[in-house]
Design a protein around this ligand. Structure first.
Ligand code: M6R
Length: 609
């Protein structure tokens, strides 16, 4: 949430800085701003709306160059998205400017103290207390002032701070929100995430939690909050600018949907050798997993839905008790975790505040943490005892697609891994499981071939003002994910329900104006789904069936059908269902002319509670 970009160096064009910021726009896009130092003064521009608006305003100066600048794209927490609340914020004396990502929890108290001291606040943000604090402590150097200010702050923050009195310095702070320093030949860049840096630098420093860096054109010094200098760990950027582009497609979301077959192949080739599953970074002994009886799973949003699929798999194939909860609930529950318990935390970004808090809480109680995560070097991976990297590549679209099915893949392979370790499967059963897993990418490619039909169906269903998504068993979480995908990018109210629960309430919604997506592949619960579809038809609901080719029952009841291939083991159907529901949501949103990659009110990485 919120993207920070910055530069310190020889000189860089405003247009390049705006481009860098634009690559972080998925993190927040309700207002934005720019502050650069020019001849001992701040050049400051802020505006509500997207970066394109700011770029328009900066058109006359796009070719101008700055040696010191900070930029910000905001996802509002405190204060509505307008010009006065947009970052950067200046200190009262106008000596320093800051950009902030995170939340200052004690800002009310700090604000009232500062007001008593005579400070005039110009915005409604929590951030402004930081700029005034730094200004207040600014006696010698900017870093001294930042150290003093940070002592007063409670909460999470990534900060970029510049001063017009010391234009050769950029001071950055990380506590709970990510920040990366990109090391270029003529200057250093600052960014909340790697996609902003891939076309600019090859080497980066991932700032760790509770670190402050003092960056100049030629030097990067890193200190901990106790003001001790620490080693700077320089790493290569392993993703390319191409990975973070749209590959000529209209939206990141579509590009990411199309990348899924490659992701499945990558996961299989990385983690499966001779029909055995092996996770190189799991860091826990097989003997530990052999005796494990109960596992806890936690995540947010789409990652939670992947965890739900994981729950079904682990219960069915590994005879385990699984407890699953959203991280925002889990972190406050009185769960009796101890050193014998394993918590699996799932996250695309590895920076989701609630998931990180849940993990920290569980660790405090002695539990072991295994994370399933897409971003190496993320806070979640750093907090975990072991991890499974989902290797989906950068996901830019706010609606998660390839990261979701990659998380599911990790669960399928982890299920097989545990079954193998526990001696619950023999060689033949392992082979059969992997045979179906290998088929996934090919079957997904088959679904892509039906694009024309998908568009036609989406056009027809775009007119419904409300949707129900129904599934049973392992496809119940898919119903929840289908509904989430549709509502987040098309803004159509949609609910995902266990089909068996329909009679306990949601059936009241059904009439000829409701779209009902029924997930009914041929599995052991198929007949029950058919009965549910009958009940919907009896009430004139409009049914979109996700069915297997060759279906003879549900197909006669459905108004429209998306056909999917049949697996030998139908527990693999969720992969195909997921892709269909992603494409369906995408095309509905496109018909409705919605902002697919940047839906309103959302941001990609939820780094605040
Ligand atoms: O980065 P994470 O996987 O931890 O993010 C969790 C959710 O915020 C995320 O899945 C969200 O629900 C997506 N917008 C869904 O498409």
């Amino acid at each position: 949430m919120c993207g920070i970009f910055g530069y310190i160096g020889k000189n860089v064009k405003v247009s390049a800085l705006i481009d860098g910021l634009s690559r972080l726009e998925y993190r927040g896009y309700d207002s934005c701003g720019f502050a650069g130092v020019h001849q001992g003064r701040f050049f400051l521009r802020k505006r509500p709306g997207k970066i394109a608006q700011l770029k328009k305003e900066l058109k006359p100066v796009l070719n101008n160059q700055f040696g010191t600048a900070i930029l910000h794209t905001r996802w509002a927490t405190h204060g509505e998205p307008n010009k006065k609340n947009a970052h950067p914020h200046l200190g009262g004396a106008g000596n320093i400017a800051i950009v902030h990502n995170g939340i200052i929890e004690n800002y009310m108290k700090l604000r009232s103290i500062l007001i008593q001291e005579g400070v005039k606040f110009l915005s409604d943000t929590d951030t402004e207390v930081i700029s005034h604090l730094i200004e207040k402590f600014y006696k010698g150097t900017i870093e001294e002032a930042v150290y003093e200010a940070v002592k007063e702050l409670k909460g999470s923050y990534a900060l970029g701070v510049i001063s017009k009195r010391e234009p050769d310095k950029l001071v950055v702070v990380r506590k709970g929100s990510p920040l990366i320093i990109g090391l270029g030949k003529d200057g250093k860049f600052l960014a909340s995430d790697l996609p902003a840096l891939t076309s600019l630098v090859k080497k980066v420093v991932h700032l760790e939690d509770e670190q402050i860096a003092v960056v100049s054109r030629c030097d990067t010094k890193v200190f901990n909050f106790q003001r001790e200098q620490v080693d700077v760990k320089i790493e290569d950027i392993i993703i390319t600018a191409e990975d973070t582009g749209k590959k000529g497609l209209a939206h990141f979301m579509l590009k990411e949907i199309y990348e899924q077959p490659q992701v499945f192949k990558r996961i299989q080739s990385l983690y499966v050798k001779n029909n055995r599953v092996c996770f190189p970074n799991i860091n826990m002994k097989e003997s530990y997993f052999k005796n494990i009886k109960k596992i806890y799973i936690t995540a947010c949003g789409t990652a939670y839905h992947a965890g739900y699929v994981g729950k079904y798999l682990l219960e069915k194939y590994c005879n385990l008790d699984i407890e699953l909860d959203t991280s925002s609930e889990f972190r406050y529950r009185k769960v009796n975790l101890g050193k014998d318990n394993l918590l699996i935390a799932i996250s695309q970004s590895g920076e989701t505040a609630d998931t990180l808090a849940a993990v920290k809480e569980a660790k405090k109680k002695g539990a072991k943490i295994l994370s399933i995560c897409n971003v190496l070097g993320s806070s979640l991976i750093k907090e975990s005892h072991g991890f499974i990297h989902t290797v989906a590549g950068p996901e830019i679209g706010v609606a998660s697609t390839k990261a979701y099915t990659a998380q599911m893949s990790a669960f399928y392979l982890f299920t097989l891994y545990l079954s193998q370790v526990k001696g619950l499967v023999d060689e033949k059963q392992s082979q059969e499981f992997l045979f179906d897993f290998e088929k996934v990418s090919q079957y997904v490619e088959d679904i892509f071939k039906d694009d024309k039909k998908m568009k036609k169906i989406a056009r027809k269903f775009s007119r419904f003002g409300c949707f129900l998504f129904l599934g049973r068993g392992i496809n119940y979480p898919l119903a929840m994910e289908g509904a989430l995908k549709l509502k987040e990018i098309s803004y159509i109210p949609a609910e995902g329900y266990a089909a068996g629960e329909m009679k306990h309430g949601p059936i009241a919604l059904i009439d000829e104006y409701r779209g009902v997506v029924c997930i009914a592949p041929k599995d052991e619960l198929y007949e029950k789904m058919v009965s549910n579809i009958q009940e919907i038809k009896a009430r004139k609901g409009k049914v979109l069936g996700i069915l297997n080719r060759g279906d003879t029952e549900a197909s006669t009841l459905s108004d429209e059908i998306i056909y999917i291939p049949e697996f030998k083991n139908q527990d693999f159907a969720p992969f195909l269902v997921a892709v269909c529901l992603q494409l369906f949501a995408y095309h509905v949103a496109k018909n409705l002319k919605c902002e697919i990659d940047q839906p309103r009110n959302l941001a990609k990485s939820v780094t605040v509670e």
